[in-house]
Design a protein around this ligand. Structure first.
Ligand code: NAD
Length: 304
């Protein structure tokens, strides 16, 4: 049994913490939202009234927060958990998707305080978090990963050491750029198929067995029907919110600008998800790209 502090019990954090409890670990949770704490308590976890209280005595501290600023707010500076746990040997694992620069800066701050820190963002969505089948892409030391492995294995199926600090976030930002582009491509395919009078179920059956096949189609279909567990069947309730996809695309474009990587489709996907957010759909699942596109004219999106 490992004593774990879990900070950030949202769409992802709550089911991840539940799997740690199922594996027999002692998990003390903290979130700003009281309902999240209630849900963690109902799953058998302990709750705390501050990040510091949650982290006191923990062997491993996991953060699952929206963005880099939130992770910095919890971990960095004189009031952060790195200072609070300096020299105790606690291992920090940040599974949020954040910018590479912040991940590296926090790992350095932790190292200066005698603590090991891993960036360990995930792929697999809320379904993977619930089923315990997430993919972890891990940046940091091999020794830190060895220590983290049994805990990560309670939440995920695939654990890949990407490299040193920030390498996990580098992998994540590339994966999500690919995901956004593929979701938009599948959505556009269905919009065109509709206009051509092709039945949606036939379109799905054929592309699923053809070279256009991808996870956005067969794992998370943006039109209702073919994939029953997909958010498209629940009025696009997130899931993975379009706002978070836009955040990740911006991280990707920042990284592309910093390194000079040519990513024209990534740039276009960022602009489209910005329009989706501006249309009031930021809180919907990112597969809302399909109804967003379907409700607009070619003049608005292509020729305008
Ligand atoms: P979420 O918004 O549902 O959850 C984030 C939680 O953090 C919220 O409950 C919020 O109250 C809490 N929080 C914010 N600031 C806090 C603070 N200072 N202290 C304590 N709690 C705080 O987001 P999510 O969907 O769970 O995603 C979390 C991270 O995982 C994001 O970085 C996201 O990009 C990434 N991610 C999400 C998915 C997905 O499918 N949802 C998939 C892969 C990665």
């Amino acid at each position: 049994m490992t004593r774990i502090a879990f900070i950030g019990l949202g769409n992802m954090g709550l089911p991840m913490a539940a799997n740690l409890l199922k594996a027999g670990h002692a998990v003390t949770g903290y979130d700003l939202v009281p309902a999240a704490l209630d849900a963690h308590r109902a799953a058998g976890g302990a709750v705390a009234d501050s990040p510091r209280a949650a982290a006191a005595g923990a062997d491993i501290i996991i953060t699952m927060l929206p963005a880099g600023a939130h992770v910095r707010a919890v971990l960095a500076g004189p009031d952060g958990l790195i200072a609070a746990r300096a020299g105790t040997g606690a291992l920090l694992i940040d599974s949020s998707t954040i910018d590479v620069e912040t991940a590296r800066a926090l790992a350095a701050e932790a190292a200066a305080a005698g603590l090991d820190m891993l960036d360990a963002p995930v792929s697999g969505g809320v379904g993977g978090a619930t089923a315990g089948t997430l993919t972890f892409m891990v940046g940091g030391s091999a020794a830190g990963l060895k220590r983290a492995h049994p805990v990560l294995a309670a939440m995920g199926r695939s654990i890949v050491h990407a490299g040193g600090p920030g390498a996990g976030q580098s992998a994540k930002v590339c994966n999500n750029m690919i995901l956004a582009v593929s979701m938009l491509a599948v959505s556009e395919g269905f919009v065109l198929a509709d206009k051509l009078g092709l039945a949606r179920e036939k379109m799905f059956e054929i592309v699923a067995a053809s070279t256009g096949q991808c996870w956005s189609l067969t794992g998370y279909c943006p039109v209702p029907g073919p994939v029953p567990a997909a958010p498209s069947n629940r009025d696009y309730a997130a899931g993975f919110a379009a706002a978070l996809m836009l955040k990740d695309l911006k991280l990707g474009q920042d990284a592309a600008a910093a390194t000079g990587a040519p990513t024209p489709l990534g740039a276009h996907a960022t602009a489209l998800y910005q329009r989706i957010a501006d249309a009031g759909l930021a809180g919907k699942d990112f597969s809302v790209a399909f109804p967003f596109l379907a409700a607009r004219t070619r003049a608005e999106l292509v020729e305008g």
